[in-house]
Design a binder for this molecule. Structure first.
Ligand code: NAP
Length: 301
């Protein structure tokens, strides 16, 4: 396999694939000083070569794009051009071996994946045009430097050409993950949900620290003090479901308490905005008492 990119997902995935026995031949990055450094460091860890699109041998069976969503099509186009250039050079330099070379080139690369949750496999059309079977393979997991999530049971959303999907499922299985089919028209909505599960959960946690600061706590102290209740809430949610895990002033119908919160948060409009949005979400999806009074209180003017 060749991995395109050397960022968060690429760093994790290259190690995980290497650990599962797949051979990583190349880490392909842009021709920029910082990009080269990350690629060399990752390549050294998995026994691969760090290359750019212009110098890649592309002797892998599978190309796995781990670049920002907005860069996938361009990167695919660059590598399609590179595949064509390699084919041409081989034909020119060894015309008598043209048949043999053409056969070799036809066997690799045969598949290309990207891992965008929002975009479909059609982003890889430049490679599809070069005879490569393509798929989108999105792990519903967060990857950041300094953490190595366990992939056991992690769902992977798969979409694309049949042969590429089949290969993707085998690889996901080898990594311990669980594949499921996600048709292209559902991807954007799926990814809006996925973004709420981790990136926007983090945005909520940062807002929570902000709210704690209004009560005179430092961010670090707030983080430490809130971890036990956060852990318990998640454990309850997993075991009991949302409604039976719900406690606090809304389920009790304590409108005066909510009124006090809204008043004190007037000094921190960002935290107030999130509080109001989530309290309204609770009115929509969770059991609350004193609903009419709370609805009036939470009407945003
Ligand atoms: N991180 C996650 O939790 C996660 C989870 C699921 C799916 N994904 C998906 O994985 C993909 C990558 O996300 P990420 O979080 O790993 O991003 P990232 O950490 O920002 O890494 C992106 C990498 O792509 C490289 N890059 C940018 N443009 C390039 C180009 N034209 N050619 C080659 N390399 C290029 C960047 O290198 P330089 O900028 O240094 O050149 C960097 O190494 C996205 O499609 C994302 O949706 C990510």
């Amino acid at each position: 396999m060749a991995i395109i990119g050397a960022g968060r997902l690429a760093s994790f995935l290259a190690m995980a694939l290497h650990g599962a026995g797949f051979m990583i031949t190349e880490i392909v990055t842009r021709d920029l000083p910082g990009s080269g450094r990350s690629a060399r460091s990752l390549a050294a860890r998995v026994g691969a070569h760090a290359v750019t699109a212009a110098s890649a041998a592309l002797d892998a069976t599978l190309l796995w794009f781990c670049v920002p969503d907005s860069a996938i099509r361009r990167a695919a186009s660059d590598l399609a051009t590179r595949i064509a250039a390699i084919t041409d050079v081989k034909k020119t330099r060894a015309p008598n071996r043209e048949k043999e070379v053409r056969n070799r080139v036809q066997t690799k690369p045969r598949f290309a994946f990207h891992s965008s949750g929002a975009l479909a496999s059609r982003e890889l059309d430049p490679l599809r045009g070069a005879g490569v079977a393509v798929a989108s393979v999105h792990p519903l997991m967060t990857f950041v430097a300094g953490a190595r999530p366990n992939l056991a049971g992690v769902p992977f959303a798969i979409e694309g050409d049949n042969t590429a999907q089949r290969v993707a499922r085998q690889i996901v299985h080898a990594l311990g993950g669980k594949s499921f089919s996600l048709p292209a028209p559902r991807k954007a909505a799926y990814h809006a949900w996925a973004t709420l599960t981790s990136p926007l959960l983090l945005a909520f946690l940062v807002t929570l620290e902000e709210a704690a600061r209004t009560a005179g706590f430092t961010r670090e102290d707030a983080r430490r003090k809130s971890l036990p209740i956060l852990h318990q809430t998640l454990a309850n949610y997993a075991r009991l479901g949302p409604a039976r895990s719900f406690s606090g002033p809304l389920i009790r119908g304590d409108a005066e308490t909510v009124e006090k919160h809204l008043a004190v948060l007037k000094k921190h409009l960002g935290a107030r905005e999130v509080y109001v949005a989530l309290a309204r979400a609770a009115l929509r999806g969770l059991p609350v008492k004193n609903r009419n009074r709370l609805e009036r209180l939470l009407r945003v003017r």
